[in-house]
Design a protein around this ligand. Structure first.
Ligand code: AMP
Ligand code: ZN
Length: 112
């Protein structure tokens, strides 16, 4: 997906403030944070939305979910955090590469 900004981040063509990376998943801080801590967990493979995910990607989706509490704790959110997956235009999705928002700490600086 040559016009996808998150694919460009995965490919190293755009910078990010990385939180975690392995062969399948990347996590990085959101450029416009909702809260004191706000990062995104994305699959390296281009999946446009959660509604486009397929049964074969079940393990990958589970991995993303299980990473959320681990990375949240590493980022200082021991007391808990919120997760959000905007899906499609009607769901307020702006970047059409699947991502899970993980955020918390302090007062939200913009509504979700
Ligand atoms: P949404 O598609 O509405 O779920 O949210 C997309 C999120 O991606 C927004 O919170 C943006 O601030 C964030 N975002 C967009 N471009 C970048 C970028 N280059 N680096 C980090 N976060 C980004
Ligand atoms: Zn992409």
């Amino acid at each position: 997906m040559s016009d996808c900004i998150f694919c460009k981040i995965v490919e190293g063509q755009l910078p990010c403030n990385s939180v975690y990376e392995d062969d399948e998943v990347l996590a990085f801080h959101d450029i416009r944070p909702f809260a004191r801590v706000h990062f995104l967990i994305i699959p390296k493979a281009h999946i446009a939305t959660l509604a486009d995910a397929e049964p074969a990607q079940e393990r990958l989706l589970g991995k993303m979910l299980l990473l959320a509490p681990r990375l949240a704790k590493e980022q200082g959110l021991e007391a808990g955090f919120k997760t959000l997956v905007n899906t499609g235009r009607g769901g307020g999705q702006e970047v059409f590469h699947l991502h899970m928002h993980v955020f918390g700490g302090g007062d939200p600086v913009r509504p979700v």
